[in-house]
Write a protein that binds this ligand. Structure first.
Ligand code: MN
Length: 228
């Protein structure tokens, strides 16, 4: 290929027990998928259809590590989430067939500039500046379904400087992983390499430079970041 600017590289995630990597195509994120978090954001957690937004794929921070505190915010929030990694895609995937499209699962943090999100909500503007900034998607290594099976229940938690801030259970998700895949695939064609963040339980809050964040999902793994 004779390109006029350097061809962007594809971000990749490590895989548990493998030397191969998982290339990231797109990142979809589901909002308000745990009732207690919907309530803390001032919303009524009815089973309204799930909504989703995107993050650019190069916002991924593979395996966590150091995160530079982003500009233009004074309220950077953590949101621990189960992340689904797709091996195959398609349109209009029935929920009953969705598990067959999943390569594996990971632990992710949907970093959010909460002050910019609040402004966007007020003005009816998009969430890109609140959600899609550099390094806004730390993701752990992927545990393949072939090694760990599927995740529909189990503890999900996050701590800041050793103090627990979030704790829930995957079984509290309003929309299950298969239902989420079915829903998103009605709007867009899903494809190999896609990641889906599936929402966060209650307890979101701010982090500042110097903070060490640890989070994990029972039976899946852990992820650590440090804000610098
Ligand atoms: Mn989120």
């Amino acid at each position: 290929m004779d390109a006029v600017v350097p061809v962007p590289s594809v971000p990749v995630l490590p895989i548990e027990g493998a030397t191969q990597v998982f290339p990231v195509r797109r990142i979809y994120c589901i909002g308000r998928n745990y009732a207690d978090h919907a309530r803390e954001m001032g919303m009524d957690p009815e089973r309204e259809p799930p909504f989703f937004f995107g993050k650019p794929h190069d916002t991924v921070v593979p395996g966590g590590g150091s995160i530079a505190y982003p500009p233009l915010t004074s309220n950077l929030h953590y949101e621990v989430e189960l992340v689904v990694a797709l091996s195959t895609g398609g349109r209009d995937i029935p929920a009953s067939e969705a598990p067959g499209h999943i390569y594996g699962y990971a632990v992710g943090i949907d970093l959010t500039r909460r002050d910019l999100q609040a402004k966007a909500k007020d003005k009816g503007q998009p969430w890109d500046t609140a959600k899609g900034f550099d390094q806004s998607a730390p993701v752990s290594r992927i545990l393949p379904v072939s090694a760990g099976g599927h995740f529909g229940r189990g503890a999900i938690w996050l701590s800041v400087n050793g103090v627990e801030k979030q704790r829930g259970d995957l079984s509290q998700m309003i929309w299950s992983v298969p239902e989420i895949i079915a829903h998103v695939s009605r709007f867009v064609a899903l494809a190999p390499g896609d990641l889906i963040f599936t929402g966060t339980p209650a307890g979101v809050g701010p982090i500042v430079p110097g903070d060490k964040v640890r989070c994990g999902i029972e039976g899946l793994g852990e992820l650590e970041i440090e804000v610098i």
